[in-house]
Design a protein around this ligand. Structure first.
Ligand SMILES: C[S@@+](CC[C@H](N)C(=O)[O-])C[C@H]1O[C@@H](n2cnc3c(N)ncnc32)[C@H](O)[C@@H]1O
Length: 276
């Protein structure tokens, strides 16, 4: 059988399309600057009892990451940084990256309910770029139009609209921009087919559809994506399936093993499809 061709990062010998079991802050020393088109950062939130999530000051931690990411990114490359509503409060990221959106990932069905405050029903995904973003593939991430817009489509044929000053706002058959409040992608549950194992619910594994939206919006085929805290490899799986190159870093050997199995399954399914 033909062995898979190895690919390397430009300017050094770091192999890509691989997951590395390491502390990101150590491993990053091996990476070349100006190399990545996209960084998907779903790391510590500073809210759980997991050792890796215990953080005295999540904002300073995120600022440190933002500085590192701005060096690693190519001009016009993007970062998505996950966190809780306060994850970017009172830090000045502006000398390093441009904040394009604070995406709200809305999850109305949280089990834990607040008794002294309003229940937190969303995560923030900070969408940054290094300078002006070079890639935003809107057509690859469109979502269905709302019912209200269906109604509007009918209204477009009314003569006063056709000839009036609003006639240019046309209904687009391909769907609409997802906007910056995402309630259409649910958290994984115990019943989710894609859940790798029950221990990963809540704090670890993210839904593939969520990561797919980020990867498809901000990269083209062949681009290089970094996931510095890649858990069980959701970003890497999405990249493999959609023709993007990737590097993943994860310090937990068990998660690294689960990721390798996940990627191997994608390769096997692909090979099976080819043969059939
Ligand atoms: C929220 S999880 C990522 C989940 C991932 N998005 C997925 O869908 O599988 C964060 C991960 O970061 C890892 N982590 C935390 N600090 C790290 C560090 N300094 N270096 C490498 N990995 C780290 C944790 O072990 C954990 O698996």
């Amino acid at each position: 059988m033909k062995t898979k061709e190895k690919k390397f990062m430009s300017a050094n010998k770091i192999e890509i399309n691989k997951i590395y079991c390491a502390d990101f802050f150590e491993k990053v020393k091996d990476f070349s600057e100006n190399s990545f088109n996209l960084i998907v950062c779903d790391g510590p939130y500073g809210v759980t009892e997991n050792d890796w999530d215990k953080m005295p000051d999540i904002q300073q931690y995120n600022l440190k990451l933002i500085k590192i990411f701005s060096r690693l990114l190519k001009d016009g490359g993007s970062v998505y940084l996950f966190g809780k509503p306060n994850c970017l409060d009172f830090i000045d990221y502006r000398p390093h990256l441009k904040l394009n959106s604070k995406i709200i990932w809305y999850q109305p069905s949280r089990l834990a309910q607040g008794r002294l405050n309003f229940t937190n029903n969303y995560d923030v995904i900070g969408y940054f770029s290094k300078g002006k973003s070079k890639v935003f593939n809107l057509n690859d991430i469109r979502v269905p139009q709302l019912v209200e817009l269906e109604h509007r489509k009918r209204c477009e044929n009314v003569p006063s609209v056709l000839n009036g000053k609003w006639s240019k706002t046309k209904f687009d058959e391909r769907g609409k921009n997802p906007g910056d409040v995402w309630g259409d992608i649910k958290q994984l549950t115990y019943h989710s087919k894609e859940l790798i194992s029950r221990e990963l619910l809540n704090t670890i594994q993210k839904p593939k559809r969520l990561i797919e939206r980020l990867v498809k919006a901000s990269t083209n085929m062949g681009d290089l994506v970094l996931d510095p805290f890649c858990g069980v490899g959701t970003t890497l799986e999405v990249c493999l399936e959609s023709g993007r190159n990737f590097i993943g870093v994860e310090q937990n050997q068990h998660y690294v093993d689960l990721t390798k199995k996940r990627l191997q399954k994608v390769e096997e399914e692909r090979a099976a499809t080819l043969f059939s």
